[in-house]
Design a protein around this ligand. Structure first.
Ligand SMILES: Cc1ncc(COP(=O)(O)O)c(C=O)c1O
Length: 471
């Protein structure tokens, strides 16, 4: 019979499909979403658990613990379910709802922790998972970031599959870098087997530190390396072996998102955000390579996990990734500032109250109540805060009253005197919808986002003025 004995036999073994591209080089996509758990992470989950069993670290009746952005959790949960282990997963609150629901469907217990914390914070998902593993009897921490079985899984399976499937004709491998396991393992295998002729190329969100970015938040889940501004000591995963990688192509979130939406609409492949990042980089690599090049790009997971985000026009519009309907009055029409200059005022939470007051007084005259967004992003020109960094706001009225009442001194950090964050609007949203949003939140001022970053402030008076203009 042509059958499999268990779900575990359906881990990996994914197909390569040729993509239609403009240049002469061939581009083949490795569809990791066709692995049994829906992502490349099934491979490492199986390998890490089998290793732990072999090393006596995971015994019958034991508990698998991990901090995971989702896919590794799904892989671990399904392998653990099949083998009869309990699973406890710590995920960041930035992970999509679909991923969390999938983890629970496999019987895993899910603990949600804030994603926007510096690495040393005890509530950071990785520290919380380590704490749970240390305090739960029979628990084993998978630790994909530093587990040699992670790159090893790709060295033993992903790399050899690609070599076999292309009959040794592959010339370039393009992969995202999250933990680094995929690119380090598959890349090392392909380099070794090809006598080091294959080029291994990392694809990275433009602000990720792997690509040389400043580590500010980006909107592609599971790829790259984010750096909280208060991080004392940045730690890179030891699953990532930078020496295997020949170059890294930074990809702006907008480019990645439009690439993956286009792939679904034009080639019938529904893939996740990091696949969009990898594919955008692969197009660039293919465009620069000759006609004999055969580029393999790894598409780690399915777009079904992101229907509420990357394939949802409301989400895309709100964050400023879509232009919207240019025939209607839009938020953009109310933004007078030069688009290329960072004009949105912003206060860092460490700013002394006295200094914040000066910024607020300068902002006076914009809205009825002078208000400036605030958060952990370092202030200063050239660094636009991203949407997740707009964690609060400061108003002139409340700071002045705090000083008057003696609740604050001018030297206090602003962090103790913040108001809730301002509403956020995408530049492409209709001015009418934007006014409704402000009215529903009983606010007069909002932050306008473009490409996920604060571009400017807009007031309801400015939006009303745009609507009353003849078009
Ligand atoms: C959605 C997604 N993107 C990117 C990656 C990056 O892979 P790695 O952690 O091996 O670097 C993964 C891993 O499979 C993933 O699931």
């Amino acid at each position: 019979m042509d059958v499999y004995e268990s779900a575990l036999d359906l881990v990996g073994g994914t197909p390569l499909v040729r993509l239609r591209t403009r240049g002469p080089a061939a581009v083949y996509a490795k569809l990791e979403y066709l692995s049994v758990g829906g992502s490349a992470k099934d491979r490492i989950a199986l390998r890490m658990i089998e290793r732990a069993e072999k090393d006596g670290l995971l015994l019958p009746g034991g508990t698998v613990v991990e901090a995971t952005s989702g896919n590794t959790g799904i892989g671990l949960a399904l392998v653990a379910a099949e083998k009869g282990y309990r699973t406890v997963l710590v995920v960041s609150d930035r992970v999509s709802e679909e991923k969390v629901a999938t983890l629970r469907a496999f019987g895993a217990e899910v603990v949600i922790r804030p994603g926007a914390l510096p690495r040393q914070h005890p509530d950071h998902p990785m520290n919380h998972a380590a704490h749970l593993a240390a305090t739960t009897p029979g628990a084993w921490l998978a630790n994909q970031y530093d587990n040699p079985a992670n790159p090893e899984a790709h060295y033993l399976t992903t790399g050899p599959e690609i070599w076999r499937q292309t009959r040794g004709r592959v010339t370039h491998l393009v992969s995202c870098i999250g933990t680094g396991g995929t690119i380090s393992g598959a890349g090392r295998y392909l380099k070794e087997v090809s006598d080091h002729t294959i080029q291994v190329i990392g694809a990275d969100p433009a602000s990720s530190v792997y690509a040389g970015g400043d580590g500010r938040p980006y909107f592609i889940e599971a790829a790259g390396h984010f750096l909280h501004p208060d991080t004392a000591h940045d730690v890179w995963p030891t699953s990532y072996h930078p020496g295997v990688v020949d170059r890294i192509v930074p990809v702006a979130d907008r480019h990645a998102l439009h690439t993956l939406r286009q792939l679904a609409r034009e080639q019938g492949l529904l893939v996740g955000g990091s696949a969009g990042t990898a594919l955008a980089a692969a197009h660039q690599v293919a465009a620069e390579a000759g006609p004999d090049a055969l580029v393999v790009v790894i598409l780690p997971d399915s777009g079904r996990q992101y229907l509420s985000k990357y394939f949802n026009d409301t989400w895309m519009l709100r964050l400023g990734f879509l232009d919207g309907d240019a025939s209607a009055a839009r938020v953009d029409d109310a933004v007078s500032e030069d688009r290329d200059a960072p004009t949105c005022p912003y206060l860092n939470t460490h700013t002394p109250v006295g200094e914040a007051l000066e910024v607020l007084r300068a902002a006076k005259g914009r809205g009825a109540e002078p208000v400036v967004p605030a958060g952990p992003c370092p202030a200063g020109p050239g660094r636009r805060p991203t949407a997740p960094e707009l964690t609060g706001s400061a108003t002139l009225a409340s700071l002045e009253s705090a000083l008057r009442d003696g609740r604050a001194t001018p030297a206090d950090p602003l962090s103790g005197h913040l108001e809730p964050p301002l509403p956020q609007l995408g530049y492409g949203e209709s001015a009418r919808d934007a006014l409704d949003t402000l009215a529903a939140r009983a606010q007069d001022t909002a932050v306008v986002l473009r490409d996920g970053c604060a571009q400017a402030l807009v007031t309801s008076a400015e939006l009303r003025a745009v609507l009353s203009r003849p078009r």
